[in-house]
Design a protein around this ligand. Structure first.
Ligand SMILES: C[S@@+](CC[C@H](N)C(=O)[O-])C[C@H]1O[C@@H](n2cnc3c(N)ncnc32)[C@H](O)[C@@H]1O
Length: 463
């Protein structure tokens, strides 16, 4: 038996490392030789030198080679624990108040889509409406991205997924299990090289999963990628890497989460805020505020104000619009809950209506609140506390956020009231009442652009 002549792949290996970060030493020189051998056959070229010349000028050939050297191995809920942690992290964000924009998640590399779809299933199971988050997913392998978009999977994609989970999210087809279209629609795929495409990717990610890629990369490429990710993440944002990759994550940029089998990190805010004492005293200071859960999701590192929250009022409120905004808030908090709302939300809303002076209200707290609501007297701390306690018990109650917004507004805490309305809108993005109220308040606070954006959202609601 004659063995195949060895192909000199040094030039191709150097090109591969520069282009994709992939190290020939790590994927194995034999693998690279096999791939180049196949491409020599396909192109009819004689040797690796001629092949390298083609490679340097042909994006098509570059793609052809990359498709042969990547390792697209993946499956749903791989390692499981990172998704359990994600659930807690997002749950805490919701409880503590969300940024003004939809949550942004990135799965990079995503291979054939099992990972970003697992992220989507986790968020949807948590009760987040699909328009409250956006998942981007990137991989260099065109074939994998095609498969990801088709979203029909065979049994190897389901290692460790229960039959119940499969039945809930997939339909059986002759070609395999097809993911439900609603889940499919939440992920935006892109075929791109992570070494080159991140400058075009938006920033402010709340979560990045970058698993089982760093192990194949040259050290410098790993560091470059992690630094790029850091620059795209909000302070406190969550980074998950693969089990063998935690040692590559620079401690100057990320703070490790000490939880087994999560392989998680939080984006540091700035070096000075990272001292354990500073982090724990920040957590203690915020423990009783509605934002505390969000901060604790950030490992005690205070979340930054979102750009919108930092917007300065352009002018002081006028009395006339002050009355308007109270009307808008009153209307919002007194509205009937949609039939689909959970029972506890309906109950809170009913109580809110009573507290706003409903003549049928028969308890003392409700009557006091009713007077405050109608005369413009400041709301009592007791009522505010009651709302906050209610939110601690049930952080997903949009009606309580509406009620709290009304109470805060009565105390002229306009910014805080707006913040509550935004939280409400995260939970109930199509709440006409909350939109009307936040439009009035942001306009009142001189945040004209912001107000316009909410008006746009309101206009897009179906009648
Ligand atoms: C083992 S899979 C990991 C998939 C998923 N993150 C997981 O852990 O299950 C590695 C993926 O990295 C992709 N990849 C390798 N180099 C890349 C690069 N420079 N840019 C984007 N994707 C790359 C490959 O195409 C492959 O699909």
């Amino acid at each position: 038996m004659t063995s195949k002549p060895t192909i000199d792949c040094n030039g191709v290996a150097t090109w591969l490392a520069e282009y994709s970060g992939i190290s020939a030493g790590i994927i194995g020189h034999h693998s690279l030789q096999r791939a180049v051998g196949k491409r020599l056959e396909a192109t009819g070229l004689d040797d690796s030198e001629a092949y390298l010349e083609l490679l340097l000028v042909s994006p098509q050939e570059q793609q052809n080679l990359v498709e042969l050297v990547v390792v697209p191995e993946t499956w749903f809920f791989r390692d499981r624990q990172p998704f359990v942690h994600l659930r807690q992290h997002i749950g805490a964000l919701i409880a503590g108040g969300l940024p003004s924009q939809p949550l942004r998640l990135l799965s990079a590399p995503c291979a054939s889509g099992e990972e970003p779809y697992s992220l989507a299933m986790t968020l949807l199971e948590l009760g987040l409406p699909a328009d409250c988050f956006r998942i981007d997913a990137i991989d260099i392998c065109r074939q994998s991205i095609r498969k990801a978009r088709e979203a029909v999977y065979g049994k190897h994609s389901f290692r460790g997924v229960s039959e119940a989970e499969k039945a809930q999210n997939f339909q059986t087809t002759p070609l395999g299990l097809a993911l439900n279209p609603a889940i499919r629609a939440t992920v935006h795929f892109k075929c791109a090289n992570l070494m080159r495409c991140l400058a075009e990717t938006g920033s402010n990610y709340d979560v990045i999963f970058c698993r089982n890629l760093l192990i194949y990369l040259e050290e410098a490429a790993s560091q470059h990628l992690l630094e790029s990710f850091a620059s795209l993440m909000r302070p406190g944002a969550l980074l998950i890497v693969g089990s063998a990759e935690t040692g590559k994550v620079p401690s100057s940029l990320f703070h490790p989460i000490r939880e087994s089998f999560v392989f998680g990190f939080l984006r540091r805010e700035e070096p000075s805020s990272l001292l354990p004492a500073a982090a724990s005293s920040a957590a203690a200071l915020t423990a009783s505020s509605p934002a505390s859960a969000r901060d604790s999701a950030h490992g005690g590192v205070a979340a930054p104000a979102s750009p919108r929250r930092r917007e300065r009022p352009a002018r002081q409120p006028a009395l006339e619009t002050g009355a308007q905004r109270r009307r808008a808030l009153r209307a919002a908090t007194a509205a009937a809950p949609p039939a689909s709302q959970p029972r506890s939300q309906a109950a809170t809303l009913a109580r809110s209506a009573a507290q706003l002076g409903d003549p049928t209200a028969d308890n003392a707290v409700a009557r006091t609140a009713g007077r405050a609501g109608s005369s413009g007297e400041p709301a009592t701390g007791h009522e505010l506390n009651e709302c906050r306690q209610e939110l601690e018990r049930n952080p997903y109650c949009d009606a309580t956020y509406l009620r709290l917004a009304q109470l805060l507004e009565l105390r002229n805490q306009t910014e805080e009231a707006i913040d509550c309305l935004q939280r409400c809108l995260y939970l109930q993005p199509n709440s006409r009442q909350a939109l009307e109220a936040v439009i009035a308040l942001t306009k009142q606070a001189g945040q004209i652009e912001r107000s316009r954006q909410f008006q746009g959202r309101l206009a897009r609601l179906l009648p």
